[in-house]
Design a protein around this ligand. Structure first.
Ligand SMILES: *Cc1c(COP(=O)(O)O)cnc(C)c1O
Length: 393
């Protein structure tokens, strides 16, 4: 049996979500834009899902635009607004150096299209500080996009403080809340954001559906043009079953959050505590301040994250070295480099992420499997002793 420790990459569909979705793939298969009864039936389901998702984040239903996922929501948030505000280029955009690639790459691309991006560095504890965003603000800053909770290290930023600054400076504020959703409170008015990205498959919902919260009145040119669905903000026949699943998944995570988040945080701390006491030259990547309950980011000095990942996989444990997007490339994680982890240490990164079906027994089994893996790899390493073990002489 495989022990799954990669919930930050994706989650299994909750059977209760699957059950809620299936009727909308079979008997209630209608196109929600059709005027007949079967279409109206699908329309009602779609709009009920929209109302439920809106209510969960303190938004109005008309402020929810369904997308194909978090990536599209991030792209739309940045591109659709800038096309409207600054069609000729010349806008200054502030983001951070440790965003998800769905934001980072878009801002880099915008930099080549006549706009200018500033990539604020997070501190060594993993937070983007409002003061640093304030220092980057300029009169021509039109857009600020800062991740709410980082997907590799789990640190949670003070988005409300950053959004207040953006607003004061006349810029729009976007946050990627994909990892935050379901683990901590996400409320668009408390955060004071204009746009916020969500995805269903990180909260036990289906892959391929997400949403962009777009504050009423925000000027927006659709990224995907066509039939004018989603109030002309995102064309294409809506994924009704996906939307129903997303809403059901969100209802469940919110109903269980007050019990589930402390449970996961205790397991997270247990893993970090056991690994760092049983293995020398290891540490939690970050350990201060507000963090997601379900991500245990670890640095294991002197071994390659990929080597640990593959050996743990052989032993039946699925973990990650960082973001799923950067696995497969041997470059050190941009997130770890951004928070000042030296290159040679950043290579020994493990991201252990927990979820609904993680038990204490699983966590202990993972640590029991990891310890000999690390010892074996270190024993084989020609440089480990020299680099990381101080001699007594
Ligand atoms: C997973 C993830 C995304 C991408 O969402 P998809 O639905 O997979 O496109 C974006 N941002 C963050 C922080 C994520 O963790």
């Amino acid at each position: 049996m495989t022990h799954y420790f990669d919930y930050a990459a994706t989650t299994p569909l909750d059977p209760r979500v699957f059950e809620a979705m299936t009727p909308y793939m079979t008997e209630h298969f209608g196109n929600p834009n059709s005027l007949h009864a079967i279409g109206r039936d699908a329309f009602r389901a779609l709009e009920t899902a929209r109302e439920s998702i809106a209510a969960a984040i303190g938004a109005q239903p008309e402020e929810i635009v369904f997308t194909s996922g978090g990536t599209e929501a991030d792209n739309a948030a940045l591109l659709s607004t800038l096309w409207r505000i600054a069609p000729e280029g010349g806008a200054h955009i502030i983001t951070s150096a440790y965003e998800h690639p769905a934001v980072l790459e878009v801002v880099e691309w915008l930099g080549k299209q006549g706009h200018e991006g500033t990539f604020v560095a997070p501190c060594k504890d993993g937070f983007v500080h409002a003061e640093d965003v304030a220092a980057a603000m300029r009169p021509d800053t039109r857009l600020v996009s800062i991740i709410m909770a980082n997907n590799e290290i789990g640190t949670v930023n003070d988005i409300a403080a950053i959004a207040a600054l953006a607003r004061e400076g006349g810029a729009l504020m976007h946050t990627d809340a994909v990892q935050a959703l379901g683990k901590i409170a996400v409320n668009v008015d408390e955060l004071g954001v204009d746009m916020l990205s969500l995805s269903a498959h990180k909260i036990y919902g289906p892959r391929g559906i997400g949403a962009l919260y777009l504050r009423r009145g925000t000027r927006f040119d659709p990224l995907i043009k066509g039939g004018g669905q989603e109030s002309r903000k995102r064309s294409g026949t809506q994924n009704v079953a996906g939307a129903v699943g997303f809403a059901q998944a969100l209802e469940l995570v919110e109903a269980e959050r007050s019990k589930e988040s402390p449970r996961l945080a205790a397991l997270r701390d247990r893993i970090v505590e056991q690994v760092t006491t049983r293995l020398e030259n290891t540490r939690a990547t970050v350990c201060e301040g507000v963090r997601l309950p379900n991500i245990a980011p670890l640095l294991i000095y002197g071994v390659e994250g990929e080597a640990m990942l593959l050996q743990l996989d052989n032993a039946g444990f699925s973990v990650s070295t960082g973001s799923a997007c950067s696995s497969g490339s041997l470059a050190a994680s941009h997130v770890l480099l951004a928070i000042g982890v030296p290159q040679e240490i950043a290579h020994g990164s493990l991201r252990i992420s927990l979820g609904r079906w993680t038990t204490e027994k699983d966590c202990d089994a993972l640590v029991d499997a990891l310890v000999p893996v690390v010892e074996r790899l270190r024993a084989m390493s020609p440089v480990y002793e020299k680099m990381f073990c101080a001699t007594d002489e």
